[in-house]
Design a protein. Structure first.
Ligand SMILES: C[C@H](O)CC(=O)SCCNC(=O)CCNC(=O)[C@H](O)C(C)(C)COP(=O)(O)OP(=O)(O)OC[C@H]1O[C@@H](n2cnc3c(N)ncnc32)[C@H](O)[C@@H]1OP(=O)(O)O
Length: 663
């Protein structure tokens, strides 16, 4: 997890009288306590030495710094004390009163990354020189925090309020080129000229041939207080709409406002206090857990819009064909036809005939057991699941499914392809639904169970989006289409009959020509711009269903609170996730957390399904499921894993010693 090396800075003083301080803490030169102490020591020494006229700060191996060492948050959250737990020690004592206020000028020489605390150090320097491709940003909000080393005060003063809000609230970095246009950096140079230019620049500042700017006191880019308040008001409204469940973006806006209204030093103190408080929040703990659970983050950081040129080039690489002739030279095939076992079996027999013997034969099935798909071939060592999530160009997860016959080389090659196409691959074992769909199959089923007994479909969807899901279960069923929902539901009925809730509502609606969004009618009706409108006719189908099945309205379910809905929707998901863990389909709980966030859109600030469940406690979840299973049947019955953890009062994520991993 994170950086284990403690890190340091080194200082070399050149004949030109410039002290070059280099941050060294691979792989991203994060700012551990040791790095910060060493930076402070070297800085103080540079200020004292008579042979030092100016200072340049840079990072080793082409990376300025990836920011504060995130792996140290755990210790701080656990109550670790030290100088850094004193609010303002770094932001005010070191960076503002020592570096920015120094009698000797400093310049930051930035290549690779200057993120979070890294950029905040650079902004306390009196100028910044960057390479055109470096990434500069304050991504702290993606960790449930706000910038803590003065970033909330200096960024608005360097790039203006609107742009700084955008950079902080979206956590997206800008490239050196854009940073130059914005005024965040003072010059762009190639990596081999970086340090020499920065040295010269620092001396020119000393000689007053370049401006000596303390960013904290710069005012030229700031709007008047009245205008600033309007911009901040608009930002607050946006944040309340887009992220209603988290408070740190609003805290960030408050802190920025304090600096504009009461002066930057007051802003620094407010920032320091707010940072300490947010560090201990559940949101921060959840998002840090997600950060360390994912194998590759850069795709998100780098994600940007595609240029027309890149689009044209990409499209030109795609070739269509109606036969198998051209398959003789391919290295990998990913089959993605509908969920029909005999069709898939036929395709794999044909692929085996036409593709070369080394070719990887992958299927994008979301539910069907791979052993069945490959049953009619002799190539079972090359058969693997490459399960992308809809919409595939947006959802970052790639579930790589292996059977006990898939060769390790095939897994490694597919993993490599996954990373190359900027997905987050997670290797899972083979079973119906694999890890993600299996864990989430109770999600729409719980919703169907509830509405048949009197709950309101549109309220359920609303509560789920309020909880942070991208959409509720009924909107999701409309999106995937009733054909797919019935096909995958059939897989669960056949494989897990004792706990699959069988509802005839969707077939009933389908018989009436409703297929979901594709026919503009499902649980919702759809007008222009894919807008989903609640449909009063839904009642008619539910009543018909009740008369067919004999299920009555349950007065309790007809007036569920939001908390009840969340629990009845997600505890069955947690229950199935426990089975997935117990069977070794996923190796560790963190894989299910990341898979639930990246594959199903579970809110990252809740840390993933298992992390969230552990914040509630296995005992409570078990007792609720047990209670509901007595009333509503096997769908809610808690599994043995959950029962055991609840009995021991143990967390669900603690490593499993008894169950053997299938991987
Ligand atoms: C007080 C301040 O305001 C507070 C802060 O500064 S909070 C920190 C702000 N910084 C960030 O949020 C940056 C987080 N890091 C990233 O976005 C990406 O890691 C990156 C863009 C720097 C590099 O991406 P990429 O090249 O894909 O490499 P990636 O696999 O993510 O990271 C390489 C390793 O560095 C670790 N790492 C990256 N940034 C780190 C950080 N700030 N602290 C500790 N470890 C970090 C990763 O966990 C990973 O470790 P691993 O190899 O053991 O899994």
């Amino acid at each position: 997890m994170g950086t284990n090396a403690k890190g340091r800075t080194v200082m070399e003083v050149g004949d030109d009288g410039v002290a070059l301080i280099t941050i060294i803490n691979p792989p991203v030169n994060s700012l551990s306590f040791d790095v910060l102490f060493s930076l402070k020591e070297n800085y103080e020494q540079a200020l004292q030495r008579n042979d030092v006229k100016a200072i340049v700060i840079t990072g080793a191996r082409g990376k300025f710094s990836g920011g504060f060492d995130i792996s140290a948050f755990g210790g701080l959250q656990g109550g670790q004390k030290g100088p850094f737990s004193k609010p303002g020690f770094v932001a005010v004592d070191i960076l503002t009163d020592t570096v920015e206020a120094a009698r000797k000028p400093s310049v930051a020489a930035i290549d690779g990354l200057a993120l979070g605390g890294g950029l905040e150090i650079a902004m306390t320097c009196h100028a910044r020189i960057s390479t055109p491709t470096a990434q500069l940003g304050l991504p702290e909000l993606q960790l449930g925090l706000i910038p803590g080393f003065g970033g909330t005060q200096r960024l608005p003063r360097l790039v203006g309020l609107t742009k700084s809000l955008e950079m902080m609230l979206t956590s997206k970095p800008v490239k050196g080129e854009e940073a130059f246009d914005l005024g965040l950096v003072d010059a762009l140079v190639s990596p081999d000229e970086l340090v020499s230019t920065a040295r010269r620049w620092a001396l020119e500042i000393l000689e007053r041939r370049r401006p000596w700017v303390a960013s904290l006191h710069k005012t030229s880019k700031l709007e008047s207080l009245g205008e600033a308040r309007e911009i901040l008001k608009f930002a607050r409204a946006q944040v309340r709409k887009q992220a209603p469940n988290v408070k740190h973006p609003l805290v960030c806006i408050d802190v920025i406002e304090e600096g504009i209204a009461s002066g930057p030093r007051a802003g620094l103190w407010k920032e320091a206090e707010a940072f300490q408080e947010l560090l201990h929040s559940e949101t921060c703990k959840s998002l840090v857990h997600i950060f360390f659970s994912q194998p590759n983050l850069q795709s998100r950081v780098k994600k940007g819009k595609m240029t027309q040129e890149k689009f044209d080039k990409t499209i030109s690489l795609i070739k269509g064909t109606l036969g198998y002739e051209s398959f003789k030279d391919v290295d990998m095939v990913i089959e993605a036809v509908i969920e029909n076992i005999s069709l898939k079996q036929q395709i794999f027999s044909e692929l085996e005939k036409y593709c070369p013997p080394h070719c990887i034969l992958a299927t994008n099935t979301s539910t069907i057991d791979l052993n069945l798909i490959g049953e009619k071939t002799k190539s079972q060592d090359r058969i693997v699941g490459a399960h992308f999530f809809s919409p595939a160009h947006i959802m970052p997860l790639l579930e790589i499914v292996r059977t006990n016959k898939t060769s390790p080389q095939v897994i490694i090659d597919l993993f490599d392809v996954g990373k190359k196409i900027k997905k987050t691959p997670v290797v899972v074992g083979n079973c119906t639904g694999f890890a993600v769909n299996r864990m989430f199959f109770p999600y729409p089923q719980a919703a169907l169970l509830l509405i048949e007994r009197g709950a309101d479909a549109y309220q359920i969807d609303k509560v789920m989006t309020k909880f942070g899901m991208p959409m509720g279960p009924f909107r999701l069923l409309d999106l995937v289409g009733f054909g797919v929902a019935i096909a995958s539901g059939t897989q669960y009925i056949e494989n897990f009959p004792e706990r699959t809730y069988t509802s005839l509502l969707i077939p009933l609606m389908q018989d009436d020509g409703r297929q979901g969004e594709s026919t503009q009618k499902g649980f919702y009706t759809y007008g222009d711009k894919r807008r989903a409108n609640p449909d009063p006719e839904l009642k008619k189908y539910i009543e018909k269903l009740r008369s067919m099945s004999g299920v009555d309205i349950d007065p309790k379910l007809a007036k569920l609170s939001e908390k009840d809905i969340v629990e009845m929707m997600f505890f069955p998901v947690v229950n199935e996730a426990c089975r997935v863990l117990a069977e070794g389909i996923a190796v560790k709980a963190a894989d299910l957390d990341i898979a639930s966030v990246m594959g199903m859109g579970f809110p990252p600030y809740r840390g993933g399904v298992i992390f969230w469940a552990d914040s509630i406690g296995s005992k409570y979840i078990y007792s609720k499921l047990e209670e509901w299973s007595k009333i509503y049947g096997g769908f809610f019955k808690p599994c043995a894993y959950l029962a055991e953890r609840a009995a021991k009062g143990a967390s669900l994520s603690a490593p499993l010693d008894e169950a053997k991993s299938r991987l």
